[in-house]
Structure formats: structure tokens, C-alpha cells
Design a protein around this ligand. Structure first.
Ligand SMILES: Cc1cc2nc3c(=O)[nH]c(=O)nc-3n(C[C@H](O)[C@H](O)[C@H](O)COP(=O)(O)OP(=O)(O)OC[C@H]3O[C@@H](n4cnc5c(N)ncnc54)[C@H](O)[C@@H]3O)c2cc1C
Length: 274
């Protein structure tokens, strides 16, 4: 049974990234939109001494382009990313996925940094970011490191982030000739299964299946014809839950991989960017 009220906690409101990073520890945790963190605290699953509010920290928002990649600030909300003109122009698949996240409240409050750091397996954002070869920058008192999103996600609700590290930005490479599609199957408020499928101009294909297992699973192929949906379904490691059994989730995976292949064929045939 859930407690009626949040447990007591202190609230720190740093204004710079350095101040924020200096405050972080096991018991002093980052807080952005609170869409996951406050629910977990109310459920008694987390009981931090203090929340370090990121919303007033300079330099953690916005979208910038440099050296062939787009950098999205950690506190950018799903709604901001979905409507950003740079994202819509350079990364239309990201804009499309962000438009479909959760509901209007989650899109208005939830941040891309919070989505990645909470590492909820049923995420749309992580699937598309792994497919696009995105990485994150993590700042600590001793410096900054960059990790691919694929390596960042270590398991369900588990990342390689250290307690004193702040995710400051998400970097997404831009490949204008690449084409891609994203499909998701959903019966409750989060996806049961999702598939991102991207094709390079030379024909190579990258497939990522997310939400069914603990982390998104990526595969590469020389050609779209090489994608074997049944083989992909056998290779995923589904978590059985209220949205379906292991067998059901494998079945859904095969169906959605097949649909993604058909959709991508249509996109490549028409040469229109999704
Ligand atoms: C009803 C509902 C439906 C949803 N549906 C979807 C969906 O369809 N698809 C989907 O992809 N997602 C979905 N989500 C997840 C949603 O995207 C995330 O809840 C949101 O993005 C989390 O961001 P936040 O700013 O609220 O994080 P918070 O709740 O503030 O924080 C989450 C965690 O991340 C840590 N954290 C936050 N920011 C940072 C940072 N910059 N550096 C280090 N650690 C940080 C916090 O300490 C905490 O542990 C849904 C969530 C809800 C509640």
C-alpha cells in the first residue's frame, strides 16, 4: 500500500552545473520533472535525504548542433524536444518518438535526462537513441566522460552512472541520408514493445527492439532482406508482466519487426524522410 504523503526531504536549488555536481551523493539525488522520482518516493522505494533540483541550473537545457551531432540538454522536456525546430529538421525520428511519449503531463514535465537515468525498461526514448548511436555526457567533481546510451543502460532501473555524476547532455549523430521508422505496441500507459529500424544509403540496417526486455537490444545487418523477425523474437529476453507472458512478447516482437521492415521498405521506395 502506498503512503499518502511524500517522506520528508531537503531541497537544494543550485544554479550552476558545478554547484549541482558538488551536492550529489548516494543520499542527495538529482530531481528534474519528478515524474518517476516522486512516484518512487511515495511508494517507499526511494528515500533520499535531499533532492537536487536541476530545473534552475544554467546550461542544462536547450538544443545545439556542432560537429555533425545534435546535443540535447539533460533537462529538456519531451514536449520541448518534440517541437524543437532543430530536432524536427535534423532528427525527425526523435521528434516523432518524443511526440508519442506518455501523456501531455508527462511530456510537459518529464526530461530526457530523467528518462535515461531512471532506466525504466518500457521506454520509447532509449530505443530510438540506441538505434541512432547516441551518447551521454556525465559530469562529476573530477571531470566529464562520454558513454554511448547502449553502454549507459546496464539493466532494468540500472545505469553505469555513479552517484556523484550528473547527466548533462545527450549527443545524437546526424546522418541526413539515413532513413528510419519507429513502431510501438502499447496496451497500458507505456510501450509493451517497440522497434526502431534504420537504413544507411549503402544498404546496411540497424534494428533495435526495446521495452520487452531489461534494455534495448541492437542488431546490425548488411541488407534489409537479412532481417529475420522470428530469429529476432527468439533472441530477446522478455520480462513477463501484466502486459503479457514471455511467449506473447516474443510473438509481438516478431509481428512488429515484420511491420517495421515493411514500413521501411515503403519509406525507401518513396524516398521521403519520415
Ligand atoms: C504515466 C507515465 C507514462 C509514461 N509513458 C512513457 C512512454 O510512453 N514512453 C517513455 O519513453 N517514457 C514514458 N514515461 C517515462 C517518462 O519519460 C519519464 O518519467 C520522464 O522522462 C522522467 O524524467 P523526469 O525529469 O520526470 O525525471 P525525474 O523523475 O526527476 O528523475 C528520474 C530519475 O533520474 C534521475 N535524474 C533525473 N535527471 C538526471 C540527470 N540530469 N542526471 C542524473 N540523474 C538524473 C533522478 O535522480 C531519478 O532517479 C512515462 C512516465 C509516466 C509517469
Amino acid at each position: 500500500m502506498w503512503p499518502e504523503v511524500l517522506p520528508t526531504f531537503a531541497l537544494a536549488r543550485p544554479s550552476t552545473v558545478d554547484e549541482a555536481v558538488d551536492l550529489l551523493s548516494d543520499d542527495h539525488v538529482p530531481y528534474c520533472g519528478g515524474t518517476e522520482l516522486l512516484l518512487a518516493m511515495r511508494a517507499g522505494l526511494l528515500r533520499p535525504e535531499a533532492l537536487v533540483d536541476l530545473k534552475r541550473v544554467d546550461g542544462l537545457g536547450g538544443v545545439a548542433t556542432a560537429e555533425g551531432r545534435v546535443t540535447i540538454g539533460a533537462v529538456s522536456t519531451h514536449a520541448e524536444i518534440a517541437t524543437d525546430t532543430t530536432i524536427r529538421g535534423s532528427l525527425p525520428l526523435v521528434a516523432e518518438v518524443e511526440r508519442g511519449v506518455g501523456n501531455a503531463r508527462v511530456r510537459a514535465q518529464g526530461s530526457i535526462g530523467g528518462n535515461l537515468c531512471f532506466a525504466e525498461p518500457k521506454s520509447d526514448v532509449t530505443t530510438v537513441l540506441v538505434a541512432l548511436g547516441a551518447s551521454v555526457s556525465l559530469r562529476s567533481p573530477t571531470g566529464e566522460r562520454e558513454v554511448t546510451v547502449e553502454d549507459f543502460l546496464a539493466g532494468a532501473y540500472w545505469t553505469v552512472r555513479e552517484p556523484d555524476e550528473l547527466l548533462v547532455g545527450v549527443h545524437v549523430p546526424v546522418h541526413r541520408d539515413r532513413r528510419g521508422v519507429y513502431l510501438r505496441y502499447q496496451t497500458m500507459e507505456r510501450p509493451t514493445a517497440n522497434v526502431a529500424l534504420l537504413a544507411e544509403p549503402a544498404g546496411q540496417v540497424r534494428l533495435v527492439v526495446g521495452a520487452v526486455g531489461e534494455v534495448p537490444v541492437a542488431r546490425s545487418y548488411q541488407d534489409l532482406d537479412d532481417v529475420d523477425a522470428d530469429d529476432v523474437a527468439r533472441s530477446v529476453d522478455p520480462i513477463p508482466d501484466l502486459t503479457g507472458s514471455i511467449e506473447y512478447k516474443r510473438h509481438i516482437t516478431a509481428v512488429y519487426v515484420r511491420r517495421a521492415v515493411d514500413r521501411l521498405r515503403a519509406v525507401l521506395g518513396t524516398k521521403t524522410q519520415p
